[in-house]
Structures are given as structure tokens and as C-alpha cells.
Design a protein around this ligand. Structure first.
Ligand code: ATP
Length: 194
């Protein structure tokens, strides 16, 4: 069973593409969602987060996500500290989830920071979802009601698209000119023939 990564910058359409793979019966692990969940549900992680960001970052057991985002997206050291807590935990969760997937030709790990985190070394291939920057900003501001500067500060912490494309085995162009379903089907067929 192959382990395939799906990555791409904010708003490129990773989740949208993963939903298509799911309709083909391919299990998908949403690493960024898992990471958010663990920040509230895993006591050891919450404890480490409080050590770095202070007790007030949680109200009762609820993480103040806006406050955390405001700190990390403008402070590379704090972002690295956050990632050093969440990335190993999410990595372990993915590996354990992977062992439970049976009778499927491949599984997918969806994460925004696969290459940045060096996680590609533990995957058989990586698919990059690519979209023009203006379209990504338009999509995310519509989806999250966030402003352009907040989106750009997240983008600053991600590799530029060209750098990811150079390391990708497959690219899906989600520019709303090329259809994405045929691109997914073509990759699916190739992976089934491995
Ligand atoms: P993030 O990095 O923020 O998690 P993402 O890469 O997973 O984002 P999506 O959530 O899949 O991106 O897409 C961003 C938004 O753009 C969503 O509201 C989605 O419905 C929309 N979108 C993505 N691709 C298309 C498309 N081809 N046509 C129309 N809308 C799209």
C-alpha cells in the first residue's frame, strides 16, 4: 500500500481534490485538521502549548485559535515552536492510522506543509495542487471571511509554489480553467498500475 501526500499552499484546493479521491474509495488523512483537533483534545500537547504560549491561550479547554494564529503568523520562532509540538504528534497519528487501512491500493495524507516539514521522505509520492495566487486569495477570503493581509502572512510561511512543483511527482492544476476530475482520474489510474 502506497502512502501518497497531497500538498499545496493555502487555498489551492487540497481538500477539494481529496474529496474526489475519497469518492474513488481512497482513505484520506487530513493532517491539518488532526493537528487542530489534537491541540484541544490531547492533554500532553495542550500542556506543551501552554508552556510556550502561556496559560491564557486556552479558555477552559478551548484554544484561542485567533490569538495563536496572530502570534505565530508574524513570529517565525513561535511558529517553529508550535510546529515542533504538533508535527511529531500528527506524524505518529498518521502512521498509526495508516496501519488500520486495509485492502486499498494507496492512502493519502493531506497537509499544507509536507515539503517544509520534510514529511515527503516518509511518503511514496507527493501530489502538488497548484493555483494562481490571486485566485487562492479570492477563495480563502470568501471561504473564511479573512482579509488579504492575513492570508498573505500565512503564505509567507509556506514554500513558493514553483519550489514545491519541482519536488512533486504529480501536479494538479486547479486554476478553474482545467477540469480537476480528469486530472485526479489520471493520477489514480497511474497509482493503481504501480
Ligand atoms: P487550506 O490550505 O486553507 O486548507 P485548501 O487548499 O484545502 O485550503 P480548499 O478548502 O479545497 O483549499 O479550497 C478553498 C476554497 O476554494 C473552498 O471554498 C473551495 O470550495 C473553493 N474551491 C477550490 N477549488 C475550486 C474550484 N475548482 N472551483 C470552485 N471553487 C473551488
Amino acid at each position: 500500500m502506497l502512502k501518497i501526500g497531497i500538498t499545496g499552499g493555502i487555498g489551492t484546493g487540497k481538500t477539494t481534490v481529496c474529496h474526489i479521491f475519497e469518492t474513488l474509495g481512497i482513505p484520506v488523512f487530513y493532517a491539518d485538521d488532526e493537528s487542530k483537533k489534537m491541540l484541544e483534545e490531547d492533554e500532553e500537547i495542550a500542556h506543551s502549548i501552554k508552556n510556550v504560549f502561556g496559560e491564557d491561550i486556552y479558555h477552559e479547554k478551548k484554544l484561542d485559535k485567533k490569538a495563536l494564529a496572530a502570534i505565530v503568523f508574524n513570529n517565525p520562532e513561535k511558529l517553529a515552536a508550535l510546529n515542533s509540538i504538533t508535527h511529531p504528534a500528527v506524524f505518529r497519528k498518521f502512521e498509526s492510522w495508516a496501519t488500520q487501512q486495509k485492502n486499498v491500493p494507496y492512502i493519502i495524507k493531506e497537509a499544507a506543509l509536507i515539503f517544509e516539514a520534510g514529511a515527503d521522505a516518509f511518503l511514496d509520492a507527493v501530489i502538488v495542487v497548484a493555483s494562481p495566487e490571486w485566485l487562492r486569495i479570492e477563495r480563502v477570503s470568501q471561504r473564511d471571511h479573512s482579509n488579504e493581509s492575513a492570508i498573505r502572512s500565512r503564505m509567507k510561511n509556506q514554500w513558493p509554489e514553483e519550489k514545491k512543483i519541482k519536488r512533486a511527482r504529480f501536479i494538479i492544476h486547479n486554476d478553474e480553467e482545467q477540469l480537476i476530475i480528469p486530472q485526479v482520474l489520471s493520477i489514480h489510474r497511474e497509482l493503481l498500475n504501480q
